[in-house]
Design a protein around this ligand. Structure first.
Ligand SMILES: [Zn+2]
Length: 902
């Protein structure tokens, strides 16, 4: 006997972890064609993804859930296609984020990194990593990620550190890395350079200060200048006007006096100046503004830095030395006011750059840092996309990529941190030379002195993650993995990271391996809340994927993310959608339970060859169309649309229609029952295979039960190539051309569906008791024959009394007291007049109408009151929509009441 005691609803809590463990224990996540094992075939082309490494400090958020779901879908699909598949997992050491974590812990203990020193700090950080570094990858496992965990990497592990050293030294030797003073983003709180990625801009109220730049040779004359940061006046090295500005022609080439400090600086002409801003004259502070820095380069102006690393005024600020930047701002302005140099102040909205980690205002500062000369690398990276070696999906991001790389600036790669890859350069105390080497040197490469000291800074985290696709496969060593799996196939990530990461991998891949690191870049959209707002702690609208998985299951979350996504477009997520997909997981489960229980009604072997019914043929034809469509959609990266089509097929065609009809067919017993069970099993098996990459857990679990039940019942129920070991390895349904018969069967069955729907709608509209069987007359010149063969199906699904169902080519006259429905070339007559009690119906309709009218009244009062002016437009619109819906319902109710009077 088969055990049919499957739980009534899908128990994801009892399933997910067990199934994941089972997959992993059986080695299903490992590639089928491994270059390190015997029997390896180098001619088989693999499908390879390197995971975008999450920060080791990270807590799973929806962005992770999105990329893991999408990449796992791609990996599972290719694995089922029989392609050797490798998904390399790992994590990023996340310089600043991790260092801050440890610094906070030290602060709680009343100490600091400076107090315990570099060595102790690093060993403390490694301890932290060993203890907590696995959390994020565990959370990624919960999403079902079928990564090869034996190939897991960490950006600071030995192999990757070796790769980073090799990459740095090669660039250094080629002259593509240099050290020098440049304007960078400085975080005074963290006391390090930060990348553009680590800076967030926020609009904040501020002040625009207008003041006088007095001419050195004529104290009565001045140029009116405006600034939002008066303290930077201390670092001004010129005042610029537009070369065509008639107001200021006479000033160009003369000198003006820096307020309070008394330094003389020139008035220059530069087309960058916006004549409309302030008074049309621009103070130039190249040491603290990127645009002014560019002007200074063009005019060969001196660059004065006025702030120290804590953003206090330095020795260049005269009497303001030692003051904090904001303190100096007020003090300088007050002194200028006293000296009669100020004009006015006005409120002004500022775009303030704040450090993503520390939150303090980031200061553009001149600082001596290490840079990568990016131009030659960018050229190659542009070419690789232009000539099609790399394809970006969706295509519109190609333009954004070109634009960014064409305007790229040299990349500041040094960070004043301790946690990271230390810069492999040693400075000589005797000759001042620099030594960079693959092995730590013991002496200066120029003078052999042993008085050398390593640069204290570390490399930007993006330097190591830029090497990720090949460093994780063993580069710079010529490992079997590198030879076979590189270049990788797919780089899947959010579009927000196209430049910071993707472009850098392309540049480094081409520079170090001579090959593109991947052939396709697939960019998914960002996840917003149900109203399209960014999810943020401030709004309180953040959805935690771990909670969602706890409450609704991983499959429901995955399906929602995957089906809601289209390449490059943002996705609005609501818990309601996830709940709907939890219901879908249950639908899959229940369909499986039904099919398993239905096997008992089928004989072990049929007597004759199959004679398929119209519904058998129809569901098979629909399935084949679906397989073809899904294949086409997958080939064009339209995974979301593929998921929606499989969902519709499964829920509607299979579960709502075919399973209902199968119940009738099974009841006939004999061969009919066998072939019905056979069709139920085959269609379910193939549907589960297509659903597997979307909802891996519920499909694997129910498929396993199905397989065992079928094996126990009859060998004849097995798929053509037998039952695979596991669904995760089951061959993907291959599309095949249609045989020619499908079109007729599909249109015949569609007619049956249209008739059933029409009768059901009318029954609902007329409030006919569910389950009450009614008589019906159906006429059709062209289809009577087909419809007669389906009379049992129609009667059963439309709840028509089979004995009172007449199907005819035509009628001598229209039947009296019937409601007539028209479905294409078919007419349906239902004697519903007698089934509806007019006075009961009137009472019901009038009661409904009264309720609806009171809602209309309420909303009309609301919408004409103060609410409309005060509430956010989206909320007002929602109430407005409700009102129109109620008005539509009232209209229908009134016309039904009018019909009763006739
Ligand atoms: Zn030396």
């Amino acid at each position: 006997m088969i055990d049919h005691s499957l739980p009534k609803t899908y128990d994801f809590k009892a399933t997910e972890q067990r199934i994941y463990q089972w997959w992993n224990d059986h080695g299903y996540f490992k590639p089928t064609n491994d270059p390190n094992l015997p029997g390896f075939d180098p001619m088989r082309k693999p499908f390879v993804i390197s995971i975008p490494p999450p920060n080791v400090t990270g807590e799973l958020h929806l962005g992770h859930a999105m990329f893991v779901s999408m990449e796992d879908l791609m990996i599972r699909y290719h694995r089922m296609k029989g392609v050797p598949t490798l998904w390399v997992p790992g994590a990023d050491h996340a310089g600043i984020a991790t260092q801050l974590q440890i610094e906070k812990a030290l602060a709680r203990e009343g100490t600091s990194r400076e107090a315990i020193g570099r060595e102790k700090f690093l060993s403390r950080t490694w301890q932290w990593k060993e203890k907590y570094g696995g959390i994020i990858t565990q959370q990624i496992r919960r999403l079902g990620a079928s990564c090869d965990w034996e190939r897991e990497r960490f950006t600071l592990d030995n192999g990757l550190s070796h790769a980073v050293r090799e990459a740095f030294v090669r660039l250094y030797e080629k002259g593509l890395i240099y050290r020098g003073p440049r304007l960078i983003n400085w975080s005074p709180g963290l006391k390090t350079a930060v990348s553009d990625l680590e800076v967030e801009y926020s609009e904040e109220p501020g002040t625009l200060y207008f003041f006088k730049y007095v001419l050195a040779d004529s104290p009565q004359e001045y140029l009116p200048v405006a600034t939002t940061r008066p303290e930077t006046i201390l670092g001004d090295t010129a005042v610029a006007v537009h070369p065509e500005d008639s107001r200021y022609q006479q000033f160009i080439g003369r000198n003006v006096i820096v307020p309070i400090l008394g330094r003389q600086i020139p008035v220059i002409a530069d087309e960058y100046v916006d004549r409309e801003f302030g008074g049309g004259a621009l103070k130039v502070t190249p040491g603290h503004d990127p645009n002014d820095y560019e002007i200074a380069m063009r005019h060969d102006l001196p660059i004065i830095s006025i702030l120290d690393e804590a953003a206090r005024v330095n020795q260049n600020g005269g009497k303001f030395q030692g003051q904090d930047r904001f303190e100096a701002r007020n003090n300088l302005w007050e002194e200028m006011r006293a000296a009669g140099l100020t004009l006015k102040e006005q409120p002004y909205t500022l775009n303030i750059p704040r450090s993503q980690r520390g939150g303090e205002i980031v200061e553009p500062m001149i600082s001596t840092q290490w840079f990568v000369r990016i131009q030659p690398l960018a050229e190659a990276a542009l070419q690789a996309v232009r000539d099609g070696r790399i394809r970006i999906v969706p295509e519109r991001f190609t333009k954004v990529y070109y634009n960014w790389l064409e305007n790229i600036q040299d990349w500041c790669i040094s960070r004043q941190l301790w946690w990271g890859h230390r810069i492999p350069v040693w400075y000589c105390a005797e000759c001042g030379g620099m030594t960079s080497a693959r092995q730590d040197p013991t002496s200066c490469s120029h003078c052999n002195s042993t008085h050398i000291e390593q640069d204290p800074d570390v490399l930007d985290t993006w330097f190591s993650s830029g090497l990720w696709p090949f460093s994780t496969l063993g580069w710079p060593d010529e490992t079997p993995d590198l030879n076979y799996y590189y270049p990788t196939t797919m780089m899947e990530t959010g579009y927000d990271i196209l430049f910071f990461w993707v472009a850098r991998m392309i540049m480094f891949g081409l520079e170090f391996t001579g090959q593109v690191p991947f052939s396709t870049v697939y960019l998914h959209g960002l996840i917003r809340d149900e109203h399209g707002r960014k999810m943020s702690k401030t709004y309180g609208n953040v959805i935690d994927p771990l909670t969602v998985m706890d409450e609704l299951g991983t499959d429901a979350l995955r399906f929602t993310l995957l089906v809601g996504s289209t390449p490059g477009n943002d996705l609005n997520l609501s818990i309601k959608k996830v709940e709907a997909n939890r219901n879908f997981a249950n639908k899959i489960w229940n369909a499986g339970r039904y099919v398993i229980s239905a096997l008992d009604q089928a004989p072990v072997d049929p007597v004759l060859d199959p004679r398929w019914t119209l519904p058998d043929s129809w569901i098979w034809a629909r399935l084949q169309t679906l397989i073809r469509d899904v294949e086409r959609l997958f080939q064009t990266y339209q995974y979301g649309e593929a998921g929606r089509q499989i969902y519709d097929f499964f829920w509607s065609d299979y579960a709502d229609w075919y399973v209902e009809i199968a119940k009738l067919q099974l009841a006939e017993g004999g061969d009919r029952a066998f072939y019905t069970a056979y069709t139920l099993v085959q269609v379910l098996d193939l549907s589960l295979r297509m659903l597997h990459p979307f909802t891996p857990f519920v499909t694997e679990e129910i498929w396993g039960h199905l397989k065992r039940a079928c094996q126990a019942h009859s060998p004849r129920l097995a798929p053509g190539n037998g039952w695979p070991e596991a669904l995760i390895l089951a061959p993907w349904p291959e599309p095949r051309d249609s045989d020619g018969w499908e079109g007729t069967k599909v249109s015949e069955f569609s007619l049956v569906q249209d008739i059933v729907r029409a009768v059901r709608n009318l029954r609902a509209e007329k409030n006919v008791q569910p389950g009450k069987r009614i008589p019906a007359i159906i006429t059709s010149e062209a289809h009577a024959e087909t419809l007669r063969s389906q009379s049992k199906v129609i009667a059963s699904l439309a709840q028509i009394d089979l004995n009172s169902l007449t199907i005819a080519e035509r009628l001598p006259s229209k039947p009296k007291g019937h409601i007539a429905l028209v479905v294409g070339a078919v007419e349906i007559y239902l004697p519903l007049a007698g089934l509806v009690n007019n006075s009961e119906e009137r009472t019901r309709l009038e009661k409904d109408l009264a309720e609806v009218n009171s809602q209309i009244q309420r909303l009309q009062t609301l919408l004409t009151g103060q609410f409309t002016g005060k509430a956010p437009p989206a909320v007002v619109q929602k109430e407005q929509d409700k009102l129109s819906q109620y008005q539509g319902t009232a209209e229908k109710l009134r016309s039904q009441l009018a019909a009763l009077d006739r």
